[in-house]
Every structure is written in structure tokens, then in C-alpha cells.
Design a protein around this ligand. Structure first.
Ligand code: ATP
Ligand code: MG
Length: 271
């Protein structure tokens, strides 16, 4: 019996839909009463698409991502990965958060290998993959350093390599760059775009930055304020690979203003 959607890849017309959410609702039961985080989420994400999620603070973005990863159960509705319902933690999903959560006593390479270590012995193939990911994120020279010897941006690049080490089918990122200074944040965005171009993983990227969302994504979803629904779903037309100069394109500005006004209609808490 398959344990999760990682074990079986159904063949057929549904399989190009990497992620689907159908009538997904989430209510947290708390000591002070129920909190309805997500009222209704419905979407389909095509394999290989990079999708950003924007929305006001507290609208349920992280909750939605945790439900996709199988780390929170939906109160009702269905989420599928590659056509199979999510009913527990998904090994098919690599994750990145605002905090890189590296283990301070492990080297950079050992941190990247940690998810494999946890599941059993590290094979020579695993090690070779981790090493090639460290080259991809430009940290090969730092492979034997400890996390404290790295800058914030470098630590997030380690976290990205770690998220990719199991070769997940989907990459889930929850505000991975929001603790970085503005220049490092832009550089990380450019690095992620370059790395994503080589892997083309189906990706969900939560951010409060409209610019970052447009630059990185094929599609931007906007959630309204809690209890949230999806209030906007926009295709981003720029060719890949993308160059920072697209920010000077009038279409970039148009999309920016369109998304900003749609978020402002539900709240004022955006960058
Ligand atoms: N484990 C939990 N138990 C109870 N309530 C929770 C829990 N996690 C989140 N919530 C509540 O659910 C709502 C949505 O939270 P969530 O963290 O998903 O929002 P968010 O959109 O990610 O916000 P932010 O942009 O600030 O990260 C909030 O009202 C929050 O207080
Ligand atoms: Mg959040």
C-alpha cells in the first residue's frame, strides 16, 4: 500500500496537476474558541509552475502551505499532490521557512544531508547530490564551515539546498527571504530564479513583497483577509530566464499596481 503521494505517480490526464485544493477550509480550535483561518481555497497548480501567494498578515497563507505539506489537516475539503489526497506529511515536498533552522554543530554539507540522515544511511549518491546542490547555490567553498560562520543569505542558500536534497517534486517556501536586508533579498531572488530555471520544480512561494512575487512567478494568487478566500489569480507573462531589467518593463509596473490595489482593498499591511 502506498504511504503517501511520493510512492505512486498516477499516469493520466490528472497527473499534470501537481497540486489541487478543492473547497479547503481550516478552523483552528483554540482555548478561546474556534479561529477560521481559511474559509475556502480552490485552485489547481500545473506541474512545473512557480506560484507566489500574497495576502495580508494572518490571512492563512502559512496554514494553507502546512496543509499542502500534510503538516496540518484541513477541517474540510481536499488537497491532492499528483492526484493523490494529502493525508499526512509529504516527502514529495521540500520546505523552506523564514528561519533557516540549521543545526549549529553540523557543517554546511552535513546540514544539507540532514533530511537524508534522518531517514537512514547517507549513500555516496546522496552525498554527490548534496555536493552538487552546494555548488549550485554557490557554497561549495563553505561546505565544511559551521552555520555561525555564514551570512543570513548564505544560511538561506543552505536551507534551499537542504530543501532540494531529497529531490522533492514540489518546493514550498514560506517567506524565505523576509528576514534579509533589501539588497541581499534581491540577490536571493535572482539566485532562486536562476536555480529554479535549472530544476523547474513545482513551487509555492509565500511573500509579502509584490515585486518579488512578480519577478519569480508564473502565477500570483492573492488571498483576502481572514477568513480567507482567493481574491485574485494572475498569470505573469515574462519569458524565462528572467533578468532584473524586467522590473523596468511597463507591464511589470502595471501588474504591481493591479496586485497592490487588490491587496489594499482587503487590508493596508503590505510592503
Ligand atoms: N496552530 C495554530 N493554532 C491556532 N490558531 C492558529 C494556528 N496557526 C495559525 N493560527 C491562526 O490562523 C490565522 C492564520 O494564520 P497564518 O499563520 O496561516 O497566517 P499568515 O497568512 O501566514 O500570516 P503572516 O503573513 O503573518 O505569516 C491567524 O489568525 C492565526 O492566529
Ligand atoms: Mg505566515
Amino acid at each position: 500500500m502506498p504511504q503517501s503521494s511520493a510512492d505512486v505517480m498516477p499516469i493520466g490526464v490528472e497527473s499534470f496537476k501537481a497540486i489541487t485544493a478543492s473547497h479547503v477550509r481550516k478552523i483552528y480550535e483554540t482555548p478561546s474558541g474556534p479561529v477560521e483561518a481559511v474559509a475556502e481555497a480552490d485552485f489547481e497548480i500545473t506541474r512545473g509552475d512557480f506560484v507566489a501567494i500574497l495576502g495580508p498578515s494572518g490571512c492563512g497563507k502559512s496554514t494553507l502551505m502546512l496543509m499542502i505539506a500534510g503538516l496540518e489537516a484541513a477541517t474540510s475539503g481536499t488537497i491532492t499532490l499528483d492526484g493523490l489526497p494529502v493525508s499526512g506529511p509529504q516527502i514529495a515536498a521540500g520546505m523552506m521557512f523564514q528561519d533557516p533552522t540549521l543545526l549549529p554543530w553540523r557543517s554546511v554539507l552535513e546540514n544539507v544531508l540532514f533530511p537524508i540522515d534522518m531517514r537512514g544511511a547517507v549513500s555516496p549518491e546522496n552525498r554527490a547530490r548534496a555536493e552538487s546542490l552546494l555548488r549550485m547555490v554557490d557554497l561549495w567553498a563553505f561546505r565544511d564551515k559551521r552555520p555561525r560562520e555564514l551570512s543570513g543569505g548564505m544560511r538561506q542558500r543552505v536551507a534551499l539546498a537542504r530543501a532540494l536534497v531529497n529531490d522533492p517534486r514540489i518546493l514550498l517556501m514560506d517567506e524565505p527571504f523576509s528576514a534579509l536586508d533589501a539588497i541581499t533579498r534581491d540577490e536571493m531572488g535572482y539566485a532562486l530564479a536562476r536555480i529554479w530555471d535549472t530544476t523547474r520544480k513545482t513551487a509555492i512561494f509565500i511573500t509579502h513583497s509584490i515585486r518579488e512575487a512578480i519577478f519569480l512567478s508564473d502565477r500570483v494568487i492573492v488571498m483576502g483577509k481572514r477568513p480567507s478566500t482567493i481574491i485574485e489569480d494572475v498569470r505573469i507573462p515574462f519569458e524565462r530566464p528572467r533578468d532584473p531589467s524586467i522590473e523596468a518593463d511597463p507591464r511589470f509596473n502595471e501588474l504591481y499596481l493591479h496586485l497592490k490595489s487588490s491587496i489594499l482593498r482587503s487590508t493596508s499591511s503590505v510592503q
